[in-house]
Design a protein around this ligand. Structure first.
Ligand code: 5GP
Ligand code: SF4
Ligand code: MG
Length: 455
């Protein structure tokens, strides 16, 4: 998911939230929503299934108005893809708030049971409403004190923005699993999952919100509180590899550059006799440039991608994914015919994409297809907010890379090593999560917590 928040009474905050969500659209395409409020007034929310451009129009943005706002684009990992699960979640118990959350709680079942016992009712099946309910029902007078009190009780991943009647509050889980950045717009401030949302509204990236930190944006500027200190940091490496936009900045990297380095290292780990480098667009583009640079081989577009087809992976269900792929890529026989190809993509999960890519290239006349993947084999499910599907569905879960290559029908296959990933991003395992590759889950709940939550 993608989240955004802004406090700027002299601006059209709903419109700024709309543009910011547009820039975060790649983080979720199932639903979109904005909650806005005029200082001291009542919170207004507009949310629906669909893309940002489908959910909002001129009229709805004007109706929202407001001095401060939060927004959300959703990609479902828990709860169903129903309207009720779209965000921001609005609650008015003791406190009136709207909340937008990216991540996944691993103790949602326990917290939900506890809240039900206290007589709290829910209108959705998302773990995000649990966070909202804990805050909105809290007996503290100020919402920020409520958040500081409940934050240590939440387990898992949560980059969260909360709208109150006069503040926008952002907080991040103690491990910092999912991103959340702080931006500046004139003398006002905003929060977003990725810095590309700041670029589009002319805000500047100040810094990341720290793991375990709470940041309040209001009339007095920024106030910050380190709620949890000294926890093991575990930022998601898959954000670097695939999930975030290449023009976003994370951990001191512009991802386009970091992904280019992944491609260079990928080539140095597994060079091959070949004629041409092509990317699987768009997720393989940056790494393919790195492969071409390092190999000295020419690079061309082997496919034209239909840019009106959304991310295939995000559409739930295997059937949709398969159809989606045919629609999405059309090979260029004139480019690939008779060529020994190095084909670069970011990751293989189920293998559907790669299997069809290889087949399409062979049908188009490629003489050899050498797959180079800028991520290690994905063998373990993600508990922290990325839909990696089940272990059984992962093509690498019980196969060696050679077996995967045979399964996918390519002439060779190499996955970037985990060391290569860390070299490319200039980070280390001690401060990142790589559980979907390594099986080492950074939070103590480990593999036993499935994180799934259903009412
Ligand atoms: P597969 O067909 O192997 O299941 O999917 C792999 C493709 O989906 C890769 O090309 C990659 O770009 C994309 N992908 C990999 N992981 C994710 C993910 O977690 N979310 C989304 N939306 N796409 C992914
Ligand atoms: Fe990211 Fe993988 Fe960890 Fe999930 S398991 S948070 S996708 S590195
Ligand atoms: Mg892809």
């Amino acid at each position: 998911c993608g989240v955004f928040g802004i406090y700027a009474p002299e601006r059209d905050v709903s419109r700024l939230a709309y543009f910011a969500l547009y820039a975060l659209q790649h983080r979720g395409q199932e639903s979109a929503g904005i909650a806005a409020v005029e200082r001291g007034g009542h919170i207004m929310t507009q949310r629906d299934l669909g893309l940002v451009s489908q959910v909002f129009d001129e009229q709805s943005l004007r109706a929202l108005g407001g001095d401060l706002a939060v927004g959300h684009v959703r990609y479902s990992t828990t709860g169903s893809n129903a309207w009720e699960n779209s965000q921001p979640v609005w609650r008015s118990d003791r406190h009136e708030i709207a909340l937008a959350h990216n991540g996944n709680l691993t103790n949602a079942v326990e917290l939900h049971a506890e809240l039900r016992e206290r007589g709290v009712a829910f209108s959705s099946t998302s773990d995000s409403e649990i966070i909202a309910a804990l805050i909105a029902t809290h007996t503290a007078d100020r919402v920020e004190d409520a958040i500081a009190d409940i934050l240590p009780r939440l387990r898992g991943a949560f980059s969260t923005v909360v709208l109150t009647r006069d503040k926008v509050i952002g907080f991040r889980d103690p491990a910092g699993l999912r991103p959340l950045a702080l931006g500046q717009l004139g003398d006002r401030y905003c929060l977003a999952s990725e810095s590309c949302a700041f670029d589009i509204i002319n805000a500047t990236l100040m810094r990341d919100v720290q793991p375990g930190e709470m940041v309040c944006l209001g009339e007095r500027g920024i106030q910050t509180r380190q709620v949890v200190e000294g926890a093991r940091e575990a930022f998601c490496v898959f954000e670097y590899i695939y999930f975030a936009r290449p023009d976003s900045r994370m951990g001191g990297n512009v991802l386009q550059v970091a992904r280019g380095r992944m491609g260079e290292i990928l080539w140095s780990e597994a060079p091959v006799e070949a004629d041409l480098v092509i990317a699987v667009p768009d997720s393989g583009n940056a790494a393919a440039r790195g492969v071409a640079r390092a190999s000295g081989l020419p690079q061309d577009d082997g496919f034209v991608k239909n840019r009106y087809v959304a991310r295939t992976f995000i559409q739930p269900g295997q059937e949709l994914r398969k159809h989606g792929l045919r629609l999405k890529f059309n090979p260029l026989p004139e480019v690939v015919e008779g060529k020994r190809l190095v084909v670069v993509d970011d990751s293989i999960v189920r293998g559907n994409t790669t299997r069809q890519i290889v087949q399409m290239l062979r049908d188009a006349g490629a003489s050899e297809v050498h797959m180079r993947i800028s991520a290690p084999p994905i063998r373990h499910p993600c508990h922290y907010g990325i839909d990696m599907s089940t272990r059984e569905e992962m093509i690498a879960h019980d196969r060696t890379p050679e077996e995967v290559a045979a399964e996918l029908g390519c002439d060779s296959l190499h996955y970037l090593s985990l060391d290569g990933v860390y070299e490319a991003v200039g980070g280390s395992r001690d401060t990142h999560c790589d559980a979907c590759f390594s099986g080492d889950y950074p939070l103590e709940d480990g593999e036993s917590a499935n994180g799934k939550f259903a009412l």
